[in-house]
Ligand binder design. Structure first.
Ligand SMILES: *[C@@H]1O[C@H](CO)[C@@H](O)[C@H](O)[C@H]1NC(C)=O
Ligand SMILES: *[C@@H]1O[C@H](CO)[C@@H](O)[C@H](O)[C@H]1NC(C)=O
Ligand SMILES: *[C@@H]1O[C@H](CO)[C@@H](O)[C@H](O)[C@H]1NC(C)=O
Ligand SMILES: *[C@@H]1O[C@H](CO)[C@@H](O)[C@H](O)[C@H]1NC(C)=O
Ligand SMILES: *[C@@H]1O[C@H](CO)[C@@H](O)[C@H](O)[C@H]1NC(C)=O
Ligand SMILES: *[C@@H]1O[C@H](CO)[C@@H](O)[C@H](O)[C@H]1NC(C)=O
Ligand SMILES: *[C@@H]1O[C@H](CO)[C@@H](O)[C@H](O)[C@H]1NC(C)=O
Ligand SMILES: *[C@@H]1O[C@H](CO)[C@@H](O)[C@H](O)[C@H]1NC(C)=O
Ligand SMILES: *[C@@H]1O[C@H](CO)[C@@H](O)[C@H](O)[C@H]1NC(C)=O
Ligand SMILES: *[C@@H]1O[C@H](CO)[C@@H](O)[C@H](O)[C@H]1NC(C)=O
Ligand SMILES: *[C@@H]1O[C@H](CO)[C@@H](O)[C@H](O)[C@H]1NC(C)=O
Ligand SMILES: *[C@@H]1O[C@H](CO)[C@@H](O)[C@H](O)[C@H]1NC(C)=O
Length: 543
């Protein structure tokens, strides 16, 4: 053990004692006893022992006193197995010590310390394994690393022997408690095969690695690539990285890592799109990303004359990471169409119709940024009207011949796909049977409907697409509406029915098929279930 390791050992022990035990003891340093202590300790087999050993510690006092009780504390706990030998000596048994560093303190009945000792457990080194070496193209050094195996808890020395193929040693390097070493490249001939053997040794033993074969030209890592360009394909949460490299091997595979806000790096399995182009998925919109790339040579590890020998070449020889490139991902434009409905008023004397287009706001998670406005277009693509971002409906004056409109939400990062607003009605007669059943507590109404046989549109163009249920507020403001999937035939609407006839509903009741006419809404009234087909509105069954 070197002088410095003894010193460091003393420091460790002093710290341990000063934290855990009082008084502070210069134990374990095994220096000359100071007069402060009234005795000394002897450890068998030794204060430095194989982990898990049973120890015997003798506490000797300078004074002979049969009555004086002597006890021992190990790591703060009293030792209960002991034997009095004579008037100066007590023998303590410390079984199976697995703690790397322990403190045993012997005290007398006055609670004054007789003496203390630090006990140090360790293990012999494991065989150094997975020895790999690498160097860069223009580097003058070779870096080798190995795995040390189980912790030894003791200073362990590694001898790295560089040998000729016939086994004669060329150079020996030494390093303590390390799992890597840097050796000068100049001592190697680039094409010659060498054998590396690593021997680990400490107080408890020696362990030698298998020899590994080293040939410098096999362990040169590729040069780092450079990221040339990063692009975010429109409206996606992916990035494509264009990169370049000096390397020409067909075995090169790119790897990408990224991070945001200087957080920890995250490796990403990219999708190779072609030569020097890779796509990284699952990114987040409007986030500043930092990317780095490396390339790894996946060429098979060269075999040597002796087939059983292990090569010091890594299975994957990877370049260093490229310099960082930062780029912020764009915001997301809406991907969904608006859900639309419309209210068409009877044609005026001037040949114009007043059409109110209604829509539901886009789900917030469908786009980033905010809605700027809604644009209504004619069939021919001409913009008809711009409606404010807060609106959920907008009225336009139209000549009777205009049969369809479209509407898009305009957001900070793009427009929603246009949603068609169909104005025409289908020629197919409506014969929807509607049934209302108030809930027992009167707080809701269950509405169900069905087609009467033969009325379902037969031509393919007249395919049923969905239902719209509409409800006007009797007080006059607004129109409540909801789109329902075509495979539904019932829904529940909260609201209360009343028996009071409401004059302003008379016109609607006219075409009702089944309706308990005595029951009408007090506040809200279901006025119609429209059924909506491919291109035209197919009649209404108004209630
Ligand atoms: C330690 O002592 C116990 C009995 O107290 C015994 O079973 C065990 O084998 C001993 N261990 C060693 C390493 O001697
Ligand atoms: C007590 O026993 C120890 C160990 O057996 C011995 O070294 C020591 O001399 C003895 N002391 C006396 C006073 O007998
Ligand atoms: C070798 O190790 C040194 C020091 O740790 C490091 O600077 C260098 O980049 C390494 N070289 C290779 C090729 O890994
Ligand atoms: C390690 O190398 C040193 C210096 O040559 C030598 O004294 C020692 O015996 C070697 N250790 C082993 C385990 O080979
Ligand atoms: C190994 O080869 C070197 C040079 O080729 C030679 O000097 C040395 O004597 C050889 N050692 C053995 C053990 O054959
Ligand atoms: C190593 O071998 C290659 C061919 O395999 C040869 O071109 C090169 O000159 C050799 N280098 C040395 C230093 O012998
Ligand atoms: C390619 O090699 C040249 C010279 O060796 C070097 O200056 C350049 O940086 C390298 N480029 C890349 C992408 O590694
Ligand atoms: C990154 O930082 C920005 C502001 O500096 C913060 O709004 C954002 O939430 C952070 N993102 C992460 C992933 O920490
Ligand atoms: C990340 O760290 C770099 C350098 O340490 C600094 O220039 C940059 O501003 C940091 N970025 C963020 C988002 O914190
Ligand atoms: C993207 O993330 C989803 C869920 O977060 C995950 O299921 C999927 O496998 C990820 N795709 C990629 C390419 O990482
Ligand atoms: C068209 O209808 C809307 C909503 O019913 C109404 O606010 C607007 O005044 C009407 N416009 C005309 C010109 O009738
Ligand atoms: C609604 O559909 C279900 C099956 O999907 C059917 O059993 C039920 O009779 C239908 N109700 C009406 C009123 O058509």
């Amino acid at each position: 053990m070197t002088v410095s390791s003894v010193i460091s050992r003393c420091i460790i022990v002093l710290l341990t004692f000063s934290i855990n035990y009082f008084p502070l003891l210069p134990v374990g340093c095994q220096r000359a006893m100071t007069t402060r202590y009234t005795g000394y300790l002897v450890v068998e087999p030794a204060p430095l022992f194989l982990m898990g050993s049973n120890l015997t510690v003798y506490c000797h006092t300078h004074k002979c006193d049969w009555r004086a009780k002597i006890y021992m504390v190990l790591n703060g706990k009293p030792v209960d197995k002991w034997e009095r030998i004579n008037c100066t000596t007590v023998k303590f048994y410390l079984p199976s010590i697995w703690i790397p560093l322990s403190a045993a303190i012997c005290s007398n009945y006055m609670h004054s310390v007789v003496n203390g000792v630090d006990l140090r457990a360790g293990l012999p080194p494991d065989k150094p394994d997975t020895i790999t070496c690498e160097t860069a193209k223009s580097s003058s050094l070779i870096n080798c690393s190995w795995t040390r195996g189980q912790e030894t808890y003791l200073p362990t020395l590694y001898n790295i022997s560089v040998n000729r193929e016939n086994g004669s040693q060329i150079r020996l390097f030494q390093i303590q408690d390390a799992d890597k070493i840097t050796i000068p490249r100049s001592m190697f001939d680039e094409n010659t095969t060498y054998l590396i053997i690593i021997t680990a040794s400490n107080h408890f033993g020696t362990s030698q690695s298998d020899p590994v074969v080293l040939r410098v030209k096999d362990i040169v890592i590729p040069d780092a690539p450079i990221i040339m360009q990063i692009q975010f394909p429109s409206n996606s949460v992916a990035a494509t990285l264009q990169w370049k490299s000096n390397e020409s091997s067909v075995y090169l595979r790119p790897h990408v890592m990224l991070r945001t806000n200087n957080t920890s790096w995250e490796m990403r399995a990219g999708v190779e799109l072609g030569k020097n182009l890779i796509r990284v998925d699952n990114l987040t919109h409007l986030t500043e990303y930092e990317f780095q790339m490396k390339i790894c040579n996946t060429a098979p590890v060269p075999t040597h004359t002796n087939a059983s020998s292990i090569s010091a070449r890594k299975a994957l020889l990877c370049s260093k990471w490229s310099p960082s490139v930062r780029k912020k991902s764009p915001g997301k434009g809406p991907s969904q169409q608006l859900q639309v409905w419309r209210k068409v008023e009877r044609q005026g004397t001037d040949g114009q119709r007043n059409v109110t287009v209604l829509w539901k706001p886009l789900p917030r998670e469908d786009f980033s940024g905010k809605v700027i406005e809604y644009d209504i277009f004619l069939d021919n693509g001409q913009k008809l009207k711009t409606c404010a971002a807060e609106c959920i409906q907008c009225s336009v004056q139209l000549p009777a011949e205009v049969s369809s409109l479209s509407i898009s939400a305009v957001t900070t990062y793009g427009k929603s796909p246009p949603a068609d607003v169909i104005l025409r009605q289908s020629g197919v007669p409506g014969s929807l049977l509607i049934k209302f059943s108030p809930a027992a507590d009167g707080s809701a109404v269950f509405v169900s409907w069905s087609w009467t046989t033969g009325n379902y549109p037969s031509t393919q163009e007249e395919e049923l697409r969905y239902y719209v249920i509409e409800r006007t507020i009797v007080s006059g403001e607004g129109l409540w509406w909801q789109k329902l999937a075509k495979d539904l035939n019932s829904t529940s609407i909260t609201g209360r029915l009343t028996t009071e006839p409401l004059g302003n509903l008379a016109v609607h009741i006219r075409t009702a098929k089944i309706l308990p006419t005595s029951q009408l809404w007090t506040n809200d009234v279901v006025i119609a279930i429209y059924f909506y087909v491919q291109s035209t509105l197919m009649g209404t069954s108004s209630v």
